[in-house]
Design a protein around this ligand. Structure first.
Ligand SMILES: Cc1cc2nc3c(=O)[nH]c(=O)nc-3n(C[C@H](O)[C@H](O)[C@H](O)COP(=O)(O)OP(=O)(O)OC[C@H]3O[C@@H](n4cnc5c(N)ncnc54)[C@H](O)[C@@H]3O)c2cc1C
Length: 416
């Protein structure tokens, strides 16, 4: 693409927020007979359902079942998908610079999500794994199986950096895997799982009662929880804690934080945490044709002035809102501000155990685990994907997890 491509409605990022914006917008444009074309841009040609990636990494779901091809999203519609990396957004000129050329727009929805934050820890990016992207989850799965296959009788050490939601979910999955499937498949290998948390407790955003109960559960599952421990260096095969303790780490999984890169995409309208400031109607104050939502946007509750959480649930509702807002704007109809009320927090800790915090009620155990699975399945777009996931879960409940891992990095080596 050489010249500037002209677009009507440009959606940047086809993750949870961008994908939902497209789905709702496409439906309403058709219903209202508005002949506007959507161009959805993502650096991958698939949508990723991030909250399920830790299950893909541990073999309870086939990794590609957490993803949906974006070509299938636009097929049979007048809209377009463009595989490109967004490099710079100029909301004043209404132009976006991408890896395949520039695009001008009438309306733009920025939904570029967030990335892993390594807090400038030396070696962390190079030597740790993550579950933030589909390729990251697939790499982790491969590394883990490769380590099991090559460790001989040596114990395998797995260190999870960060004891927030993701760290706890990942630890729960690996603890189950170690207790059940790996006992059968790798009977001579023992696995040590450790969660390393910089603060004095895991799940700092949850109540003390939940923290204690989850910690007890993980410890019973054989997970070591090391608190007040900051990872200060990561190398291949080891990590350093609090600047002096060096421990063996066959696999290091970094879940400690994420950051938003708003400031790398535009010069104005971004707060000091890299989030794009938007009004109560989710567009930039100065540029009403440029919306932002999901992790990258700073959206505040109008009463408390507290920013809405960077969660899939929020991104999904923001996507629905922006799509409807855009259609009302195109029809010159009155619009109302966005309000978000979380339905609750759901967290699985391995198989058949979860925590569900719904309003003042807190549930632990199998029922909470089941609610989480059901809700996330409903969130997952696409009927066929839902079916595939249910199939994976059912197979995995009656059998062992999948431990096949194909190392595509060595294709050339194997054909020589
Ligand atoms: C491991 C993990 C577990 C989680 N679990 C939960 C959970 O249980 N419940 C919950 O509510 N939330 C959970 N979250 C948070 C949730 O996933 C995010 O809040 C949500 O995905 C944000 O949606 P988004 O649309 O803003 O970004 P994303 O869903 O991350 O989508 C961003 C999209 O933009 C694309 N993109 C990024 N940069 C570029 C670029 N430069 N050019 C082109 N395309 C680009 C990406 O490929 C991606 O498709 C979890 C997050 C992680 C990392």
């Amino acid at each position: 693409m050489k010249q500037t491509m002209e677009t009507d409605i440009l959606i940047l990022g086809a993750g949870i927020g961008g994908y939902q914006t497209f789905r709702v917008l496409e439906k309403y444009l058709k219903k209202e007979r508005l002949h506007r074309k959507i161009t959805i841009v993502d650096r991958n040609n698939y949508f990723t359902f991030v909250p399920m990636l830790h299950e893909a990494a541990t073999g309870s779901i086939e990794p590609t079942h957490c993803a949906i091809p974006l070509r299938a999203l636009v097929a049979g519609t007048p809209h377009t998908f463009c595989k490109a990396s967004v490099e710079y957004i100029d909301p004043k000129k209404k132009i976006v610079k991408t890896s395949v050329g520039s695009m001008s727009y009438q309306y733009c929805v920025i939904a570029l999500g967030s990335v892993t934050n390594y807090f400038k820890t030396p070696g962390a990016k190079e030597h740790s794994q993550h579950v933030r992207t589909l390729d990251g989850a697939m790499r982790l799965k491969h590394e883990f199986i490769h380590t099991l296959e090559t460790c001989g009788d040596e114990p395998v050490t797995l260190n999870i950096v960060g004891g927030g939601y993701t760290g706890v979910e990942v630890a729960g999955q690996y603890a189950d895997l170690a207790k059940k499937d790996l006992k059968q498949l790798y009977p001579n290998t023992s696995i040590g799982i450790r969660v390393i948390q910089a603060g004095d407790g895991i799940l700092p955003h949850m109540s003390v009662a939940i923290q204690q109960k989850v910690e007890k559960r993980l410890v019973r599952q054989g997970v070591i929880i090391q608190k007040n421990a900051k990872v200060t260096h990561v190398s291949k095969g080891s990590i350093e804690i609090n600047d002096h303790d060096n421990i063996k780490s066959d696999i290091t999984i970094w879940t400690a934080g994420f950051e938003t890169l708003g400031a790398t995409y535009m010069k104005t309208g971004v707060n000091d945490r890299g989030r794009i400031d938007v009004t109560g109607e989710l567009h930039m104050e100065e540029f009403p044709d440029t919306y932002a939502l999901g992790d990258i946007a700073n959206i505040q509750d109008p009463t408390t002035h507290i920013s809405y959480p960077q969660l899939a649930e929020a991104a999904y509702h923001e996507g629905t809102y922006v799509a409807k807002h855009l259609v009302r704007t195109l029809k010159h109809k009155k619009t109302t501000p966005f309000r978000f009320h979380s339905k609750g927090q759901l967290m699985p800790i391995g198989d058949w155990y979860g925590v569900a915090q719904i309003g003042p009620f807190v549930l632990f155990g199998k029922f909470a685990w089941w609610i989480r699975r059901t809700v996330y399945l409903l969130f997952m777009p696409g009927f066929l994907r839902k079916l595939r996931i249910v199939f994976d879960w059912t197979l995995h409940s009656f059998g062992v997890r999948d431990v096949i891992s194909v190392d595509t990095a060595n294709v050339e080596e194997h054909t020589q």
